[in-house]
Each structure stands twice: as C-alpha cells, then as structure tokens.
Design a protein around this ligand. Structure first.
Ligand SMILES: Cc1ncc(COP(=O)(O)O)c(C=O)c1O
Length: 378
C-alpha cells in the first residue's frame, strides 16, 4: 500500500520505534514511579529520557513541565477545560479541528463563551484577526499551528507576541506541525502546547503530550495515583504528576523516544521541507486536471505537506475508495474532523480528498498518486 495518510497518523515508523516497543515489553515493562525495584527505576529513566528529548525538540528548559497524554486531543481538553472558568472568553479560529472546537463549545454550559477569529480565504489566521476577536474577558486563545485540511501554517510567533503583551494565554495545537516545523516555545510565546506523539513525532498511537509554561495551573481532569504525595487526598501541585494520574503508556513512550530521536537527528525543518516539496510537486501536476481545486495556500513556504483537493461534481469519499481499491493508495476523505475548515473552503457537502506524504514517502509514490488521479478523473 502507498500510504499518504500521515496527517492522520504516520506510517511507517522508523525501525527503531517498533524495536524499542518490543524490547520494552519483552525486557523491562515495569511501572514507572510505582516501585524502587530495578524494572520500575529503569522504566522511569526511559520516561525521563523521552521528556528530555521532547524538551530539547521544543526548546523547553525544564522537562518536568511536559505531561504525557494519549493523543493531541487529550492535551487540548486538559488545557481548555483545566484553565477556562465561568465568565471567561476563549478565542479560536474558524478553521479549528473538532478537538479544539468541541471542548470549547462544551464549556458553553459552564458559562465560557467561544469567539471565532476569521481566517483568510487560504485558511490561515492573521494576528489582526485574532486581536479583533479578543475582549476584556478573553482568558485564552487556542489556535492550530497548521490546518489539517488546507495545510496553511499560522504566524504563531506574531500572534503569540501580541497576546503576550496583552497578558492573554496562548495555547497552540501542534497536531500537524510537531516534527515537521521548528517550534520554540520561548521564541513563539507559547504558554501551552498540545502535540500528538503518533503523527510527525513518529511514535506509536496512544502517545502525545502537553507543555505547560511554569506558573500556569491547569486543573486536572482526572484524579488518581501518581506514585507521589500518596498520603494526600489531593492531586500533587507539581508537574508532571499533577496532570499524570494512573499508569503511563511505557511501551508507547519508549517508541516515541525513538521517534523523537529520529526527528532530532534529521531535523524537523528538513523533514517538513521534504514533505512540502512532495506535495508541491503533486500540486504542480494535479492543478491542471479539470475540476480540481487545491485547498489552502497555493505556494510552498507557509504550508505543510498536507494537500487536500476538491473535485467538481465528484464525491471525495468515492475518489478515496477508488484510490484504495484500484490503486492501493491510502488517503483520507470527508471533513477530516474539521467541519469549520470544510465550511470555509466550501466543501461541507462533498468533503475533500487529502494526500499527506510523510518522511518516508518518495517522489515516485507521489507521481503514481498523480497518475492514478488523472486516470480516475479522465
Ligand atoms: C489540527 C488537529 N488538531 C487535533 C488533532 C487531534 O489529534 P489526535 O488524533 O492525536 O488526538 C488532529 C488530528 O488529526 C489535527 O489534525
């Protein structure tokens, strides 16, 4: 199968990722922080090593402020529901994924108001649009770094700086950029960063994380055992324990460790360039086919490798199905869990077909995808 669905989850993983998962399960899968025996201590060391590598990837000084989650959605829920209180406003864009949109809307019954900053036609959001939506009650802005539909990268540094000056918290959804765009939490004025482990960081599914700037208190959504302050009926007041109750996904985390090592070795920017070059090459060819419209920014630099197409008079699901069955190509079709983005791009009824190359995708595979599309549309 030619796998062009890395926007959903990356595949294949570097061989060391699966080797590390297997080795962990076979040799040392003790419960980190729950015992003083060798296996538990070794597990804790592996978890610490992963936190440390993630810290160097995102330029975070203290690895303890990185919390492991099951995916990006869990981190986003933690940040949104753990911070916002009745009477607060939260600003999101009209391009957000349901993992931001739904938790915000769910807070309406608790008296939190969601305001929408309007993205440009290419799906990117300007600092001006964000500032226009901010009110005196705005506690937080939560914004995707890049769209999973149009691929446009938002100018988070400029937005973060403007919000910092106003004392508004800035939470970034890095689902589509962690591992393929350079992220520096200090330079980009990011207060809270949610990221998946299973996409661009090349770890297994069931992994993700949340960075929380020191001094910000996120109320836990889940209470339970942490292996620390066990005599207290309350959750510890320090990170990561405050937000990490219950046994961690050690096999997943050691797989993620190898994924992050791979990203650091090759460089997120280089990986991003490779993916972007592939999708731009694909775009150059496909844009000449009749009825095809490419969603999002048309040029290279301010986009990721995700490329979605609307095809006149054709249903996206039908095209994805033919690609799968007849050509052995895996893509995603539909609304991509982002109905707001689909509405913005005018594809709420038909959906779009998304091609998302990964670090291991070759130009030959992208060319084959183009030729397959040409046949389907001819
Ligand atoms: C922009 C965006 N945000 C959030 C998510 C949710 O990520 P996860 O599946 O890791 O929860 C995705 C997943 O595709 C995404 O593309």
């Amino acid at each position: 199968m030619i796998y062009l669905d890395n926007g959903a989850t990356s595949f294949p993983k570097p061989p060391r990722v699966s080797a590390a998962v297997w080795h962990c399960l076979r040799h040392y899968a003790g419960n980190a922080g729950r015992g003083a025996h060798k296996m538990s201590v070794f597990a804790a060391e592996k978890i610490w090593e992963t936190r440390s590598l993630l810290a160097s990837l995102f330029h975070i000084e203290n690895p303890e402020v990185i919390v492991f989650t099951q995916n990006c959605t869990e981190g986003l829920n933690l940040g949104i529901k753990g911070i916002l209180r009745p009477g607060d406003d939260v600003v999101i864009s009209d391009m957000e994924h349901n993992s931001v949109y739904r938790p915000c809307i769910a807070l309406a019954e608790k008296g939190v108001r969601t305001l929408f900053a309007e993205a440009d036609d290419d799906g990117t959001v300007s600092p001006e649009a964000i500032l226009k939506s901010v009110t005196p009650r705005t506690r937080m802005v939560c914004l995707q770094h890049a769209s999973n539909v149009g691929g446009g990268i938002n100018p988070i540094r400029e937005i973060g700086k403007a919000l910092h000056e106003k004392g508004i918290l800035f939470m970034v959804d890095a689902a589509q950029t962690a591992g393929c765009v350079d992220i520096d939490v200090m330079r980009d004025y990011i207060d809270i960063l949610a990221f998946p482990g299973h996409k661009g960081l090349l770890g297994p599914q069931g992994t993700g994380g949340l960075y929380v700037r020191e001094g910000i208190d996120i109320h836990p959504l889940r209470e339970g055992g942490t292996g620390s302050s066990s005599e207290s009926p309350f959750m510890p007041d320090f990170l990561p324990d405050r937000l990490e109750s219950g046994t961690l996904n050690l096999p997943g985390i050691v797989g993620l460790l190898e994924g992050v090592r791979f990203v650091l070795h090759h460089g997120a920017e280089n990986i991003g360039r490779h993916e972007r070059n592939l999708s731009m090459r694909f775009a150059e060819n496909i844009k000449h086919l009749p009825g095809v419209r490419i969603l999002g920014p048309q040029e290279g630099m301010q986009r990721t490798g995700v490329i979605s197409l609307a095809v006149a008079k054709r249903d996206a699901g039908e095209i994805a199905d033919i690609l799968n069955r007849r050509y052995g190509i895996a893509v995603r079709s539909g609304l991509h869990c982002a109905p707001l983005a689909a509405e913005k791009f005018g594809v709420l009824k038909t959906g779009s077909v998304r091609f998302s190359p990964g670090v291991f995708t070759s130009a030959r595979e992208m060319d084959y995808a183009f030729r397959s599309m040409r046949e389907i549309l001819s």
